[in-house]
Design a protein around this ligand. Sequence first.
Ligand code: DAV
Length: 392
Amino acid sequence: MTTNDPGSMETPQVERSRTPVVSSWNEWDPLEEVVVGSADGACFEPTEPGCRPTVRGGGGAFPTGPKPAEMIARANEELDGLAALLTSRGVRVRRPSTVDFATAVSAPTFDVANQYCAVCPRDVIVTIGSEIIEATMSRRARYFEFLAYRDLVYRYWNSDDRVRWTTAPRPSMRDEMYREEFWSIPLEERYARMHSFEFCISQDEVVFDAADMSRFGRDVFVQESMTTNRAGIRWLRRHLEPQGIRVRPVHFPLDLFPSHIDCTFVPLRPGLVLTNPDRPLLDGEDRLFIENGWKLVNAPEPTTGNDGMPRYCQSSKWLSMNVLSISPTEVICEERETPLHALLDSLGFEVLTVPFRHVFEYGGSLHCATWDVRRTGTMEDYFPDASSDQAT
Ligand code: DAV
């Protein structure tokens, strides 16, 4: 079942004495309420200045328009499986509203033939404390994706007056916002320029996807990427710093097509980050972690190579490390990633698994396909030694 069933929300009077209905400070505290995405109404991502989808194995033109019903059913089965597992662990699960993503968008500054899907709420919306922030988004086909979550956002906002709700500035998404030449840069040149961190969006407008952020209590790390630019990070900093939150840009120069931080740098509990061996942090950016006693542990090689990923999947094999923590000791992983299960087990985690490969071609795995609304815990400082402070 993937229809929206928000159920009843507690009244503000009841909630007053408890944690706000929206409250989450990091990626690992015990999860109480979460939104799991849905493939209902999903379309193939259209070609546009911020996205050049290709068929894996060079199989001709990328399809357009709605995804076939059986593909949607297979992904929904796995998303429902995740929802059922979470429910069985006592987590309250909610689902997006059904949106017809086949609708074209005609805006004053851009047109797009169809939209995308509501499989990956993580990309669109983020909880920081009791604030819900809707990202600007970076791609035209995703401009209106927030609509799938608006019923839920209104329910949360109406049910507890401690919930704050912010929509980031809406970018124009006109041609000039993009650097289309990015797509034709030869590989050698990409390596030569990897420290410039210039990708397919220009620096002129505020642009970010929510999934480029990783929350570590009072520190939020934000990746510069194809989907988040420096103006986007500046906006987040100016918005969050008055609340005592430090916004720290991070870079992974060997990722030549970076998009979303959660297949690259994945915190699992205080003191431990799962890292991507192909995408080390920029020299020097690891100091803050080391000096504050954090361990960076590389994920094992994924069980599927890039060539074995689903045909229409635009993400890398590193979806293997896109795990969802439901507490500092329990992690949900994709069922086939047995080397990762073994690593996490050796690090003291209880590993829960679900099949999720059919979701991959919707741009994500378990972390991407969720939006945590409430975790227990408060804003903690996990980086008290700021002698190598990078938040300049
Ligand atoms: O490694 O391809 C994919 C994350 C998409 N939300 C990657 C990142």
